[in-house]
Design a protein. Structure first.
Length: 201
């Protein structure tokens, strides 16, 4: 085999190796993207449910205040308790991760800022809502007429502060998921161009 043939053989071996590398890299990138897409879908789904739960909790608790039937009152407060437990657990799962729900731990700077810093400070608002709900639910029936102003403030906080904060959270999650998808498509496009260049040489 002459020198030129050896060089040509090495070139083809190198080219095929690079193409194989590109294919394997693309495979792992797609696998990673699918995993992140699944995680993002789970996170957005639970975050969206949080909005609904906050409204249900507030509305259900409000029904307990004009109510004078002890049996109905117990049923209403049980609904509040069950929904609040789900709301609280979901909040922690969204922040710290939960394998059983397919939720990753939040590491995004933008999301952590939304959770822990002004002006949104979602973590504090959620805990304030949970605390206020427990407080209002614990007031005996006979004393509730004296606390209607507290109930009104609670409703205002839930509607004007907590709900918009949860909506901001969902919007940010959707934006980050879309950004990850665009970044992957750019990487795949560059890999495709690299492969075509190898084949054209």
């Amino acid at each position: 085999m002459d020198v030129n043939s050896k060089k040509l053989t090495r070139y083809y071996v190198l080219a095929l190796s690079l193409i194989a590398f590109v294919i394997v890299t693309s495979f792992f990138m797609n696998s990673d993207h699918l995993k992140k897409a699944e995680d993002s879908a789970a996170v957005v789904n639970i975050a969206g449910r949080q909005r609904l739960l906050s409204q249900q909790i507030s509305l259900t608790l409000t029904k307990a205040y004009p109510n004078k039937d002890s049996a109905k009152d117990a049923a209403i407060l049980q609904k509040v308790s069950d929904r609040l437990a789900t709301f609280s657990q979901s909040h922690n799962s969204l922040l710290y991760g939960d394998e059983s729900l397919g939720l990753p731990r939040q590491t995004s700077d933008a999301i952590l800022k939304l959770y822990f810093h002004a002006p949104v400070n979602l973590h504090e608002r959620v805990h304030q809502f949970i605390s206020d709900t427990n407080l209002l639910a614990s007031i005996p029936q006979s004393e509730r007429p004296q606390h209607l102003e507290k109930l009104f403030e609670y409703q205002q906080h839930a509607e004007n502060e907590l709900l918009p904060s949860l909506e901001n959270f969902v919007t940010l999650l959707q934006f980050e998921a879309e950004s990850q998808g665009k970044a992957l498509r750019r990487s795949e496009f560059l890999l495709m161009l690299f492969t075509l260049c190898l084949l054209a040489i």
